[in-house]
Design a protein around this ligand. Structure first.
Ligand code: ARG
Length: 571
């Protein structure tokens, strides 16, 4: 669509120059003003002329009329002035020729604005669970939004580095070590993995509430760990490995891989230099024994750098990590995806980085998201009152498997497909909302094959595959013949993909892609129901419809790839 929009804009530019040569209105400006009318009856594209009337010193109605008078373009069937809008109706034939050819030619690169990220590097910090604590639904957001943003940037040609900044350091390890010595059993931990660790962690916290001396013990064990005690280091590494093995199962279900797992522990020896720099620059202030950076003049509470006992804090580590990553990856942008609850934390230490004179401070981006709660369906949890991501997925997969058993009992590979659809349902449902909105999760809604859901769009993808499988030998290069408005409408939807990708990247908003997928699925299904494909009136029309099906499959597949949704060829 961008190429078509440009063509149209150049035509309009000529006309506007005729009206007023000095206006400075060029094709690019016009292009950015073109809108998609809410109702197709009002055209496929529209130029709201009131936006031009000030510059041209002319009434919108008159501008629209003047454009309509002399406009002509091969991509356009009809164009007219209405109420100050210049409305454009695209030619189905032209769209078919251009769009179908472009999709076929570019394949899995179709829709990719590759010049956007050329030669640029983006670092993405996401998922980052805290070791030996439960990996719960609160982490769903950072994990799938983060990964989707990575996929979007990769698609746009950026070199991406996905970092899982594991919460693998801190006093909780002192507690775990004490708990392990008291009640732990190596074999049981090897067997039940992170659950056993979480259990120990919950138990020690309860015990500490009764007996404060245990907290001192835990602190002492953590101190030993920090000082490099061999046995404690061995235990710590073991705890981390066990937790990671569990997380990786979830990542595998989502098709997520990280480029680096450098967690908080990695930065322990990189903090002193930054603290020293802060001190040398006179940015540190002592406040009740703690070292802080005062941010009052920026309207924020202070950023805490060192506790009273001299130990470092969360912001201290983030500052050291950012400096290290700049040196290591020389990023053009670094994105952090966390819950909105951490927004102040990021605003504070971003400001500190700026005050420290790091000129790349403005390349740091925090992408926050809202909270998740769960309604309705009961979910088994073994760890008390939090809902584990693993259990949420398992529940969804089991439900999908049951639906499959009923609807399509002979399906091959049922297990794999249930997993892809079950996980996909959760991901799609979650990413359907603007990220900043709080979500109330309804399992039944997410799993429905009828609504605007993951199963529905994956089913649509499978539908394109099955149509093509029935007629694999069609002529991909034949001329296309458009005979139905549903065909034109599908083509128009497919042609918008690149703009959608650009918008999603600019707003750090995967839901733009999710909504677009629903548009494509809707357009394809309307086409599928209203236009007979294999039984079309002529070979030419049948061929055209197969080409459109292939194009829809490609675009859906590319878009699925951007939001961690598996391409299900059969359901
Ligand atoms: N581990 C943290 C948590 O679970 C998230 C880390 C986010 N990334 C960062 N660089 N601070 O809350």
């Amino acid at each position: 669509m961008l190429t078509i929009k440009k063509m149209i804009s150049e035509e309009i530019e000529k006309i506007l120059k005729g009206i007023n040569a000095e206006s400075g209105l060029d094709a690019n400006t016009v292009c950015s003003m073109l809108e998609y009318p809410p109702d197709e009856k009002m055209g496929d594209l529209a130029l709201p002329c009131f936006k031009l009337s000030k510059v041209l010193r002319m009434a919108p109605v008159k501008i629209a009329a003047s454009i309509a008078e002399s406009f002509s373009c091969e991509a356009v069937d009809k164009a007219e002035a209405l109420n100050g809008y210049f409305n454009i109706y695209l030619s189905g034939e032209y769209l078919a020729k251009k769009v179908a050819a472009e999709v076929a030619e570019k394949g899995d690169k179709y829709g990719a604005p590759t010049e956007l990220g050329e030669g640029k590097t983006v670092v993405l910090d996401y998922s980052s669970p805290n070791v030996a604590k439960p990996f719960h639904i609160g982490h769903l957001g950072t994990t799938v939004i983060g990964h989707s943003l990575k996929k979007l940037h990769e698609f746009a040609g950026y070199k991406c580095v996905g970092i899982n900044y594991l919460g693998d350091w801190g006093t909780q390890f002192g507690k775990l070590i004490v708990a392990y010595h008291k009640w732990g059993n190596a074999e049981a931990i090897e067997q039940s993995g992170v659950d056993a660790l979480v259990e120990l962690y919950v138990r020690i916290n309860n015990a500490i509430a009764e007996d404060a001396t245990l907290a001192d013990e835990a602190r002492a064990e953590f101190r030993k760990l920090e000082d490099g005690d061999e046995e404690n280091i061995r235990l710590w590494k073991w705890f981390v490995d066990i937790s990671l093995a569990e997380y990786q199962k979830t990542y595998k279900q989502l098709g997520i891989e990280f480029d680096s797992y450098k967690g908080e522990s990695f930065y322990t020896d990189k903090m002193p230099a930054q603290v020293q720099k802060l001190r040398d620059m006179g940015l540190l202030k002592i406040d009740d024994g703690a070292s802080i950076v005062d941010l009052e003049e920026f309207g924020m509470t202070p950023c805490l750098i060192l506790k009273r006992d001299g130990s470092t804090l969360y912001p201290t580590r983030d500052i050291a990590a950012a400096v290290y990553r700049k040196e290591t990856y020389d990023f053009d942008k670094m994105i952090y995806v966390t819950s909105a609850g951490q927004s102040l934390h990021f605003a504070q230490w971003f400001k500190v980085v700026e005050l420290m004179g790091y000129e790349w401070y403005d390349k740091l981006v925090h992408v926050p998201y809202g909270t998740v709660s769960i309604n309705g369906a009961k979910l088994a949890t073994r760890t008390g009152n939090v809902i584990l991501l693993r259990d949420l997925f398992a529940e969804s997969i089991a439900k999908v498997a049951a639906i499959m058993d009923e609807k399509n009992p002979d399906l091959e590979n049922k297990e794999k497909i249930s997993e892809e659809v079950g996980v996909g349902a959760i991901v799609f449902y979650y990413l359907s909302n603007n990220r900043i909105r709080d979500i109330n999760f309804m399992m039944e809604d997410a799993l429905s094959f009828e609504g605007n859901t993951g199963p529905y769009v994956q089913y649509t993808y499978a539908r394109t595959c099955s149509v093509l499988a029935k007629s694999p030998d069609y002529d991909k290069n034949a001329a296309l013949k458009i005979t139905s408005p549903d065909e034109t409408s599908l083509l128009k939807t497919l042609s918008r993909f690149e703009e959608v990708v650009r918008e999603a990247i600019a707003a750090y908003e995967p839901s733009v892609v999710t909504r677009y997928i629903l548009d494509v699925a809707g357009a394809y299904n309307r086409f599928y129901h209203n236009c007979s494909i294999l039984g079309a009136e002529s070979e030419e029309i049948k061929n055209t419809r197969l080409v459109l099906t292939e194009a829809a499959k490609t675009v859906l597949g590319n878009a699925f790839g951007l939001i961690c949704l598996a391409k299900t060829e059969k359901i």
